[in-house]
Design a protein around this ligand. Structure first.
Ligand SMILES: NC(=O)c1ccc[n+]([C@@H]2O[C@H](COP(=O)([O-])OP(=O)(O)OC[C@H]3O[C@@H](n4cnc5c(N)ncnc54)[C@H](OP(=O)(O)O)[C@@H]3O)[C@@H](O)[C@H]2O)c1
Length: 326
């Protein structure tokens, strides 16, 4: 099969096209002919070696990529819920295997998109992230209908899955924040935000509005500011660190005095521990995509250009979701 491999930790140029043997399915596994593989910031973190000491995560040489779309090529022993040729999307929890023409994964994390009429490029860009957003909003912060939600870095790959899922869960209002340079893109977005404000103008841009749930994949300054943007008994959901500010610390005294809850959600640990979260998340994700609640911009690139895709993601020149085609 065609694949891209990270031969060592380092800059994007460690990603090199290679030829590898096709994987065979073990019991409970599904092999997929990949048509689309998405690129996320987590792929860059893993490639950089940022998490090299975390047990269970990728070590070179490895094939990066945790989200694929394609058709079922072969089924392992005991897999009865899928058929060869069926259109699917899959997510891996160890962040490997996606940048290839053939992918093997556990049936528990392979979702049929058959009959939903979803473009596979949009499916891979949105469905895995929307499953995670559903698990985070329902399981981690127990969002209730009628609650308001603020999403930082609102057009980012993971963030973009939240407004559609929040709508489906009955959010009363969903607001996003983006950097000044993204305000024009925010004005054009089809994502179901009631409003998107400039994060450089927080908190003033929100005119005193506070939120029951704040989703933060950005960290740093906006995380700090979020404690003042929570409604009474509000929950701040930490899901990432796109700002790159790894040294930021939250003040526990402020959390205490605000009656706030700060919750972390990390799909890599959450989904294996709560596999039952995948099915309702997938149902909500497919509904959100079909209802046009998750229309993100997708840019296709040949698999061989994985290194360039990482470079563009890291220097913030990607306009929408970057998706590789083997
Ligand atoms: N918890 C989980 O299970 C999970 C799942 C998926 C991803 N993640 C994490 O979520 C984070 C985002 O990943 P992604 O794949 O969505 O990346 P992405 O597509 O690059 O999105 C990141 C977003 O954050 C914005 N941003 C970056 N620096 C910022 C700053 N200093 N201030 C304000 N906004 C800033 C970016 O804005 P620009 O467009 O202007 O660059 C972009 O919109 C990563 O830390 C990733 O590891 C976590």
């Amino acid at each position: 099969m065609k694949a891209v491999q990270a031969g060592r930790f380092g800059a994007p140029d460690v990603l090199v096209p290679v030829e590898l043997a096709n994987p065979e399915p073990g019991p409970g596994q599904v092999v997929i002919d990949v048509t689309h593989a998405s690129v996320g910031l987590i792929d860059a973190y893993l490639r950089q070696g940022l998490f090299k000491d975390v047990p269970g995560l990728a070590r070179p040489p490895y094939v990066p990529g945790l989200e694929v779309a394609g058709t079922v090529r072969a089924l392992g022993e005991g897999v009865t819920s899928l058929a060869v040729g069926e259109h699917v999307v899959a997510l891996s929890t160890d962040g490997t295997g996606g940048y290839a023409s053939v992918y093997v994964g556990d049936q528990a994390r392979v979702i049929s998109t058959e009959g939903h009429g979803i473009d596979p490029a949009l499916a891979v860009a949105v469905v895995p992230n929307a499953i995670m957003a559903h698990a985070a909003l329902t399981g981690a912060v127990r969002m209730a209908a009628g609650e308001s939600v603020l999403v930082h870095g609102a057009l980012g790959a993971f963030a973009a899955a939240f407004p559609g899922i929040a709508r489906q869960l009955g959010a009363s209002r969903v607001v996003g924040t983006v950097r000044s340079s993204r305000m024009a893109a925010a004005a054009a977005t089809k994502l179901p935000y009631d409003a998107v404000v400039d994060s450089a103008e927080l908190p003033g841009a929100l005119g005193g509005e506070t939120f029951d749930v704040i989703v933060d994949p950005v960290g740093g300054l906006v995380r700090e500011q979020s404690l003042d943007l929570l409604a009474p008994f509000g929950r701040l959901l930490l899901v990432g660190n796109a700002s790159g500010d790894w040294s930021h610390r939250l003040d526990g005294n402020r959390v205490w005095q605000a009656n706030a809850t700060v919750t972390g959600f990390n799909a890599g640990g959450y989904i294996p521990a709560r596999p039952e979260a995948v099915a309702p998340g997938a149902a909500a994700a497919l509904q959100a995509v079909a209802a046009g609640l998750a229309d993100v911009e997708v840019e296709l690139l040949p698999l061989e250009q994985a290194a360039m895709a990482h470079e563009r993601m890291e220097n913030h020149t990607a306009r929408g979701r970057l998706v590789l085609t083997p």
